[in-house]
Design a protein around this ligand. Sequence first.
Ligand code: ADP
Length: 729
Amino acid sequence: MESKRSTTDERAGQFLSRIAASRVLPSLPQVLLKLIEACRNEETTIREIAQIVNSDSALSGRILGIVNSPFYRRAEKIVRIDDALFHLGRDAVRSIAVSASIHQVFSRVNGQCPFNMKLYWRHALLCAVLARRLSEKTTFKAPELSFLSGILHDVGRVVLWVHFPEEYGKVLSAAGNRSELLLEGEVRMGITHAEVGSWLLARWGLDAFTADAARYHHEPLERIHSAFPLVKIVYAANLMADMPDSDFARYKIIRELFGISFTDITDMLAAAQEEVRELAESLGIQIDPVDPQHQPLDETDEEKKDTLTGQVRDVALLQAALQGLTEAIDREAIHKAARQGLEILFGTPAVLLFIHDRDRELLVLQDTGGSRLPPGQELTIPMGRNESLPVQALTRKAILGTLERRDRGALTIMDEMLIHLLGGEEILCLPLVTQKERVGMFVIGAERATIQSLEAESKLLTLYGDQVAVALRLDQMRRAQSRLYQAGRLAASSALARKVAHEVNNPLSIIKNYLKILGMKLGVDNVAQDELRIVNEEIDRVALIIRQLTDLTAEKERVRQAVDINGLIRDLAVIIEKSFSAASRIRFHLDLDPALPGLVTDRNGMKQVLINLLKNAIEAMRQGGNLFVRTKFLVSKDLEEMAGKPNGKAEQTLEISVRDDGPGIPESVRQRLFEPYVTTKGEGHSGLGLSVVHSIVKDLGGTVQCESAEGRGTSFVMRFPLNGSVKKA
Ligand code: ADP
C-alpha cells in the first residue's frame, strides 16, 4: 500500500514538473493579486480599492458595465468607479474582479470538445456564488475568500487540458459529464485535477485554505466532516452546483454539513443560478445554459412535475380502462366494458348508464348492472326543459354533481331517486358526448368523500367519458348502417317480389280457369275430380305464398280504424294458448296497461305482426318457457312532471313488447333478422315472418327493435307514436 502510494505520488510529481516547466502555465494578473490582498485587509478603504480597479481599464469597464446592468436595476447611470464601488459594496467588487480576471487568464484556452469551456465556467461561477452564500450561513464569515476558492476549485482541469490535451482528452471523452468517472480516469492517468489545482493555487501565492479547498473537493464525505470550514464550503458548493433534481442524498449531505433545511438549499440554488446568469452576462463570460433536466426544483417545477406524473399515470390507466372498450364487439359488450373501465379508473361500481334516445328525446336507462330496478321496467328521463342533473349535465356537456347543490331543495325528485337507486349519498353525472352528439350519461353514485375525490379527477373523467361516447356512437352508426343496408335489401327484394307476383299470378289464374273448364268437361262424378281439387288447392297455396311476398311492399292500401290493442292481444292469447302452448308448456304473461288508448291502425296488419312474433317465440321455446306480452302508454309529460318541471308539449307513445326467455337468436341470424328468407327452421318455413313484421310496423308509422342474447331470450319492442291519433277505444 505504502509503495503504491509513493509511485502515484511520483507520477503526479512528474506531471507537475512538466506543467511547471511549460511556458503556457497561466499566471494571475497583478491587478487581481493586488485586489485580493487589498480586500483581505480590513483596513483598506473603498477609495484604495477604487484606485486598484482604475489602474486596469478593462476591469473598471467591466465593473461599470455590471453596476449599470439590469441585474442591479438602477435609475441613473453610474460613471465613476467610486460610486460603483459604493453601490456594489467592496465584496461584490472583489467577486467581479476575481471572476473577470480569472476568465481573462483562461480566455485563450481552446474550449473545444471534449473540454467544454462554457460548462466549466457555469460550474465555476455557480460554485463561487454558492460558496459565498454558504459562508454567509456559517460562522466562517469569509464570503469573498469562499467566492474565490469556489471559482478556482476546478482550475486543475483547465491546466490538465492545456498541458496534456491528448491524454486528458481521452479521459474527458470517456467520462462525459460524470464527475466520478472523470476522477477514476484521472487516477488512472496518474494525477487528479484536485491535485493540480491546489498545486497551482499555492504557486500563485493564494492562501493555503484556498489551495486546500481545491485539493479536497472530491474527498470522501467522512474526511470532510473534520475539515476546516472553507474546505466544507467548497465541497458542498461543488456538490450543489451539479446536483440533479431530487437528489436527496446530496441534499442530506449539505444539510448534515451546514444544518440548513431542504427548502433553504433549494432556494439558495435557485437564487445562485439567477445570480450566475446575470454575472456571466455582465462579465461577458459565455456559460452553458442550464440543462433543463438538471434544474433545481422550484415550486412551479414541482407542480409541473406533478401534472406530468399525473398525466402519465392517467394515460396508463386510461389505456387499461379502454382495452375492454376497444375489444367490445356489440352494444352489450360496450356497456359492460364502459362500466368496468370506470371501475378500473375510479373504483366506482355503483353506476347507471343512460343512452340518449334522440328520436324520443329521452335518456333511457340501459341494463343497470344489477341495481335495484324492478325487472322489465324502463327508466327514462325526458330531455326538454328539465332541471334534473343528468339532463343539465348532458345539455351543458359538463360534469355535474349533487355535491355542488348544497341546498338540497334544489334537487329534483329525479335526482333524489337516482341517489336512492345507487345507494350512496351523492351522485355525479358524467356526460358522454362526442363533438357533435350527446350520446349518453353515466350517473355515478357514492359516498360524499368518494364523489369529492372523483370531482378532483374531472379531467380524467372527461377524457374517459369522451372515449366511451365515441365507442357508443360508433356502435350506433354501425347499427344504423346495417339497418339501412337491410332496408335497402328489403326494398330490392320487395320490388322483385312484386314483379314475380305479377308474372306468376297471370299464368296461375289462366291455369285455374283451365282447371275449372276441365272439371266441367269431366263432369262432377268423374273420379279425377278429387285430383283436380288437390291441384286447385296447391295452386291456391302458391297464390297465398305470392300474396305473402307482396306483403313486404309498403304500397298496400291499409284500412285504418281505432283498434283496442289490449283487446286484440287478449283475443290472440286465447287462440294461441289453445292451439300451441298447451302442448309445448309455454306460460303466457300479459301485462297490459289499462291506460292504453286506442290506436288508429290497420287491425289485420297488427294482428299479423303479433301472430308472427308470438309464433316465433313459441317455436323457439321447444322445451317450454315464458312468454311476456306487455303494453305501455308512455307520456313524456308525466315523466317530466315527476322530474320537477313540466314541458307543455306531451309526447305520447304506445309501446308493445313481446319477450320470451327462450334460446335467443343466433348472431348470424340477428345480423340479417328482418331480411326475407332468413330462417333456421328448415322445411315448411319461409323465413318471411320477421320481414313482414318489419314492413307492416314501418307501414303503420312505428318502429320495431329486437334485443336478443343467445341463451337469454329475445324481446321485440314496437313503438307507435300517437301524435294526434289518440282516440278512446
Ligand atoms: P321463420 O319463422 O320462417 O324462420 P322469421 O323471419 O319469422 O322466419 O324468423 C327468422 C329466424 O329468426 C327464425 O328462423 C329463427 O331462427 C329466428 N327467430 C325469430 N324469432 C325468434 C325468437 N323469439 N327466438 C329465437 N329465434 C327467433
